[in-house]
Design a binder for this molecule. Structure first.
Ligand SMILES: Nc1ncnc2c1ncn2[C@@H]1O[C@H](COP(=O)(O)OP(=O)(O)O)[C@@H](O)[C@H]1O
Ligand SMILES: [Mg+2]
Length: 309
C-alpha cells in the first residue's frame, strides 16, 4: 500500500504543480517508486512540465470507464528516474462535474496504484473535489506565497479543509452526522457547537478527528523584501483552527523555474544547482523522513491493532 501525499493551497499560481512535479523527481531520484497524479480537474498541466504534449492515456479514460484500472493509464518516464505519471483530465463536462460515485471510484482507484509514494496535485480553489482529494491523503502538504492575497486564500482553504475533516468524523447516518449535513458552516466553532447541541460529547470527537491533521507548510516564491510573517500565520491558524503547521521549508523566487518550464523539465532535473532546486531537494529529503516515520507507524499499527486506537 502506497503512502499518499497531497499538495494543496487554495489559490492558483502558488506553485502547487511545480512543487508536486519537483518533489516527485527528488523522491524518485532517492530510489523510491513514485507516482504523480494530476487531479487538477479544471487545469491539468503537469504533463507539460515533462514535455508530454499528447499523452496516449489520461485520467479521462478512467473516469469515462474506457479503462478499468488506473494502473492502465499511467505513463512511466524512463528519463526521470522511472517516475510514473497519471496525466490529468481535460476540462470536459463529464469530468469537471464528476458525481459522488465517480469520485469514490477514483479515490478507490488511487489506492490501487502500485508505487511507494503517490503524490496528488489537487488543483486550485476549495470546492468539494479539491478538499476531498486533499484530505484523502496520509500526509498533507500545503503551499502559500508571501503575498497577502495568497495568505488569505490559504487561510480560507485550510479553514474549509478543517471543517470538512471535522464533519467526516461523524457517519452520515448518525444523528450528529445528519444534523451537520443539513447546515453550512463558516467557522469551525459553529461545527463544534451544533455537534455538541445534537449530542453531548460530540465536540470532543470532532476535536479528536483533527488531532492528526497537521499539514506541512511550504512557502514558495520567497523574495528579499516580501518575507511572510510566518509566526503570525501560524498563530492565526493555531488559534482559530486549532491546527499546527509544521514547517517543511521555503523556496525562493527563482528564474530557473521558468527556464526549466520552457525546457520541459522540472527545475530539479534541469538546473539541480539553482537556488530553487536546492531548496526543493532539501524539502524532499525532509518529506522523505516524514514518509519513513509514517511507514514505521503504519507497520506498528498493523502489528498491534489493539494499541493503535
Ligand atoms: N519558486 C518559483 N520561482 C519562480 N517562478 C515560480 C516559482 N514557483 C512557481 N513559479 C511559476 O509560477 C507559475 C505558477 O506555478 P504553478 O506550479 O503552475 O502553480 P499552481 O499549480 O499552484 O497553479 C508557473 O509559471 C511557475 O513556473
Ligand atoms: Mg497547477
Amino acid at each position: 500500500m502506497s503512502i499518499i501525499i497531497s499538495i494543496g493551497s487554495g489559490k492558483g499560481g502558488t506553485g502547487k504543480s511545480t512543487i508536486a512535479a519537483n518533489l516527485a523527481c527528488v523522491l524518485a531520484r532517492s530510489g523510491r517508486r513514485v507516482c504523480l497524479a494530476d487531479l487538477d480537474l479544471g487545469g491539468a498541466d503537469i504533463h507539460i512540465q515533462f514535455g508530454l504534449f499528447e499523452p496516449p492515456r489520461t485520467l479521462t479514460d478512467f473516469i469515462t470507464r474506457r479503462c478499468d484500472s488506473l494502473n492502465e493509464v499511467l505513463q512511466t518516464l524512463d528519463t526521470v528516474h522511472g517516475l510514473q505519471l497519471l496525466v490529468g483530465t481535460g476540462d470536459t463536462l463529464q469530468t469537471a462535474n464528476m458525481n459522488y460515485q465517480q469520485k469514490q471510484r477514483l479515490l478507490r482507484g488511487l489506492q490501487t496504484i502500485d508505487c511507494d509514494i503517490l503524490i496528488l496535485d489537487t488543483g486550485a480553489g476549495a470546492n468539494y473535489h479539491v478538499l476531498d482529494f486533499f484530505m484523502a491523503a496520509d500526509i498533507q502538504v500545503c503551499i502559500t506565497c508571501p503575498e497577502a492575497t495568497a495568505i488569505l486564500d490559504f487561510y480560507r482553504f485550510l479553514q474549509l479543509a478543517t471543517i470538512r475533516k471535522a464533519l467526516s468524523s461523524f457517519l452520515s447516518g448518525s444523528e450528529v452526522g445528519t444534523a451537520l449535513r443539513e447546515h453550512s458552516f463558516e467557522t469551525l466553532d459553529q461545527v463544534f457547537t451544533l455537534a455538541e447541541e445534537t449530542q453531548p460529547g460530540a465536540r470532543l470527537k470532532a476535536r479528536e478527528a483533527l488531532e492528526f491533521f497537521n499539514p506541512l507548510l511550504i512557502i514558495n516564491r520567497v523574495g528579499n523584501n516580501a518575507r511572510l510573517n510566518q509566526m503570525k500565520l501560524r498563530t492565526l491558524v493555531a488559534k482559530y483552527l486549532g491546527v499546527n503547521l509544521p514547517d517543511l521549508g521555503e523556496i525562493p523566487e527563482d528564474q530557473s523555474v521558468g527556464r526549466a518550464l520552457r525546457s520541459f523539465l522540472p527545475v530539479c532535473e534541469y538546473a539541480p544547482d539553482s537556488p530553487s532546486a536546492q531548496a526543493i531537494a532539501k524539502i524532499g529529503t525532509r518529506l522523505g523522513k516524514v514518509v519513513d516515520l509514517y511507514e514505521t507507524k503504519r507497520r506498528a499499527a498493523a502489528d498491534n491493532p489493539a494499541e493503535s486506537g
